[in-house]
Design a protein around this ligand. Sequence first.
Ligand code: SF4
Ligand code: SF4
Ligand code: F3S
Length: 269
Amino acid sequence: LTSDTRPDVVWLHNAECTGCSESILRTVEPYIDALILDYISLNYHETLMAAAGHAAEKALWDTVAAGKYVAVIEGGVPTAPAGTANEPGGHGKVGGHTMLENTTKVVEKALATITYGTCASYGGVQKAAPNPTACKGVDELFPGKPIINVPGCPPNPYSLVGTIVYYVTKGVPELDSVGRPVAFYGESVHDNCPRQEFFNMDQFAPSFGSEEARKGWCLRKLGCRGVETYNNCPTVKFNQYNWPVQAGHPCIGCSQPNFWDGEDWDGKT
Ligand code: SF4
Ligand code: SF4
Ligand code: F3S
């Protein structure tokens, strides 16, 4: 990519924890400064941008009005009415407008929308039962729009950077049945897990921190969902160094729809 071909990007924060932005700050290929200055033109990002107030709002809506931008959405979208006026989506506001209203305007005119993180892709923790704000994922809210899901809680920044570069150079990548790029989500966590040889030998760690767990025995009996979960954690790793199962914690399925409640999963232990 050259400076002439850098895509304009607007990045919205909805109902979320900002862990996904924390994740992208740790990208190393390229580093975050090169990403937002050389690879893309990041016109609006509430956590990173220097502008505030009306100047920030202007940067957002000027980009939307120009109509040639990629939207990155972080966080689920509250849709339930709230407040004395029973305003739709009134549980979350930015700049005096509901997240529902802002996201609708931004997604409607975007060349493509990338949902970054399970909250934005599928609703995430905000959508967990009983979901009092009627929070929804962007994919569910805008069927038919060009939406690419990059889920995870948080996702690996490698998957977002790769998706943006692929989209800008070649268009929408091949997606799986829940809208994820096959290049990053085509294999299960279990497919590439270094503990798999112990799974195959029926050697399961009996407790966290046990000698067996430290020796690399399988964490399935401690709740690991790596068999049902599609993500590139074992091969890409976080910070190129470690990932949950390597650190001794089961995969909790964070890149799967409804992983908090588990109702959409194919298999259960
Ligand atoms: Fe935070 Fe996880 Fe939601 Fe990302 S997907 S904003 S890390 S809760
Ligand atoms: Fe599969 Fe999880 Fe066992 Fe790894 S720890 S082999 S992902 S069940
Ligand atoms: Fe998430 Fe499982 Fe990877 S919990 S970070 S998909 S190991």
